[in-house]
Ligand binder design. Structure first.
Ligand SMILES: [Zn+2]
Length: 153
């Protein structure tokens, strides 16, 4: 029996950020492309994320909503899970593309998940669909993060 995936995502035109932004540019473009895969039939709020690991590899994710709203998976955590599933454990940077103006920051759950695999110096680039960007760090978004060291790990 042939099973065919049916696309039910609400796709929206995504204007990728300018490509002339140096090393971060490619990460932003990867996040913008991932945003096109978002499954967001309830909120229509499409999010794409791309993480660069300490080894230089890039992994992407998009938000995946659920009829049971609380089960929604954020794009950031989807990208982190992809990296971890490939054996990566340290993140160097993340780009997140949303439709918000100004660009939206990761939710608290995603900030805590980032803290599991990155230090305060993690570079975070937030990009709006129109290409406006805001650069920050994990330390700025989640000061005094709870980390594995608190458990002696
Ligand atoms: Zn989140």
């Amino acid at each position: 029996m042939k099973i065919r995936a049916r696309s039910t995502s609400s796709r929206a035109a995504v204007r990728p950020p300018d490509a002339d932004t140096g090393p971060d540019g490619s990460l932003e473009l990867a996040a913008a492309a991932a945003r096109g895969n978002a499954y967001a039939p309830y909120s229509a709020y499409l999010v794409g994320a791309a993480v660069r690991t300490s080894s230089g590899r890039v992994f992407t994710g998009a938000n995946v909503e659920n009829a049971s709203y609380g089960l929604t998976l954020c794009a950031e955590r989807a990208a982190i899970a992809a990296a971890v599933n490939a054996g990566e454990r340290r993140l160097a940077a993340i780009a997140v593309v949303t439709q918000s103006e100004p660009p939206a920051a990761p939710c608290g759950m995603c900030r805590q998940t980032l803290a599991e695999f990155a230090g305060d110096d993690l570079e975070i680039v937030l990009v709006s669909a129109s290409g406006k960007r805001l650069k920050t760090t994990l330390g700025a978004l989640l000061p005094h993060a709870f980390r594995p060291a608190a458990l002696g790990k």
